[in-house]
Design a protein around this ligand. Structure first.
Ligand code: FAD
Length: 374
């Protein structure tokens, strides 16, 4: 038991896992809950910029491990949808020293597992769906669907865009449909290579795009993820799709893109939802991070990055300011994070990032450990 207090974290996505790892390292008695029956290796890729890798490098061996298995693209390339004209070529690892850490592209499941490995396994409790909680001013009592009740000194809500914790704090509000979806698929790296794939590229038309990158150091897997206008009528958060549906959505795109789509086997589709910026991120002994307080369209590849940045700033505030006046500590955390998270949310939703030449230093060069807290 730690004298720094027992922290309940609900939601073991990338934000919650980062918070658990950083707070456990800082000496807090952490318990991390998730509704899922067990860890699942989601079949998708993710990009993590130097701003996040600087944070992950504070967890023992994690950044080295990720760098050794991930793809390290030198550049981000923006291409025109039909003839492949290069619209922008932005340095990523080509300017690694300037940004202060590498830029990685990786399988989401491998990233998630590597981050989970930084937490003591007995601190992670699956099959715990939070249904309610009560703050009595001294502690928070958590109630789970499985009948379990747990008492913690304070609660971190990292339970994603449909956050139960946010709903309990501020009332129910449905997420906003953006009218866009994402297709996702992984194809063999060899198929991408035979077509002359860039390491990391986005092909843009006026109303849709496809982002394509390798998921591993050996370039064995190549990932396709899109943004495209389409209605979403289902209540579930992902559905199976087909190669034909994917092909129809990208009709007329460059032959390289057509070749990628022809190589797909399993294709899924996801709705892209968002919410307006949340004015307040905390209440009493409860505080939010990540998609629970600032979900966004994924077009900057920084949604999970912002969740991890939140986790790191929150861990610093709790360690450096303390837990005796949580309203004060949480308000310092919110003021340190809100402007940057809202800026990223706004640019991400507008889908303009790196379409034309621009310097991404303000985003990738940032280091949350340079912040003055308090
Ligand atoms: P989530 O990942 O949503 O995790 C929430 C967790 O809470 C889940 O594990 C869930 O099971 C659990 N949970 C929910 N409710 C309860 C409950 N009541 N009780 C217990 N547990 C609960 N971001 C990047 O940084 N880089 C990228 O390249 C990138 N690409 C993306 C591509 C697509 C197509 C999409 C849709 C998003 C992308 N993002 C990317 C954004 C990123 O996925 C999200 O911003 C990020 O996953 C948010 O993390 P989180 O931890 O806040 O929430």
């Amino acid at each position: 038991m730690s004298d720094k207090g027992r922290v309940g974290i609900v939601g073991a996505g990338l934000g919650g896992v980062a918070a658990a790892g950083l707070l456990e390292k800082a000496g807090f008695d952490v318990v991390l809950f998730d509704q899922a029956p067990a860890f699942a290796r989601l079949g998708a890729g993710i990009q993590f910029g130097p701003n996040v890798i600087k944070i992950l490098s504070t967890l023992d061996g994690l950044a080295e491990k990720l760098e050794s298995v991930s793809c390290l693209p030198d550049y981000w390339v923006s291409r025109k949808w039909d003839d492949g004209t290069v619209m922008a070529k932005i340095p990523l690892n080509a300017e690694r020293e300037r940004y202060g850490a590498p830029y990685i592209t990786i399988h989401r499941g491998d990233l998630h597992q590597a981050m989970l490995n930084c937490i003591s396994p007995e601190r992670v409790k699956y099959n715990h769906k939070l249904v309610d909680f009560t703050d009595d001013g001294k502690s928070v009592t958590l109630e789970f669907e499985n009948g379990v009740t747990e008492k913690v000194d304070f609660l971190i809500g990292s339970d994603g865009i449909n956050s139960r914790i946010r709903e309990k704090m501020f009332g129910y509000e449905a997420p906003l449909s953006t009218g866009w979806i994402a297709h996702r698929a992984i194809i063999p790296g060899a198929a991408a290579k035979s077509l002359g794939a860039d390491l990391n590229a986005k092909w843009w038309s006026e109303d849709r795009h496809i982002v394509c990158y390798y998921l591993d150091r050996n370039e064995d897997e190549f990932y396709l993820v899109t943004g495209e206008p389409a209605e979403w009528t289902s209540s579930v958060g992902q559905l199976p799709s087909t190669r034909d549906e994917f092909r129809a959505a990208f009709k007329g795109f460059h032959p390289m893109v057509q070749g990628y789509i022809d190589a797909t086997e399993t294709v899924t589709k996801w709705p892209l939802n968002t919410r307006p910026p949340l004015p307040v991120w905390h209440q009493g002994r409860t505080v939010l991070l990540g998609d629970s307080c600032h979900p966004m369209k994924p077009h900057m590849a920084q949604g999970a990055a912002m969740a991890v940045e939140d986790a790191a700033v929150l861990a610093r505030c709790l360690s450096e300011i303390g837990t005796s006046d949580l309203t004060h500590t949480f308000s310092i955390y919110q003021s340190a994070r809100k402007e940057r998270a809202t800026k990223v949310q706004t640019i991400s939703n507008a889908n303009t990032w790196l379409r034309q030449p621009e310097d991404p230093y303000w985003c990738y060069g940032d280091n949350i450990y340079d912040l003055t807290i308090g």
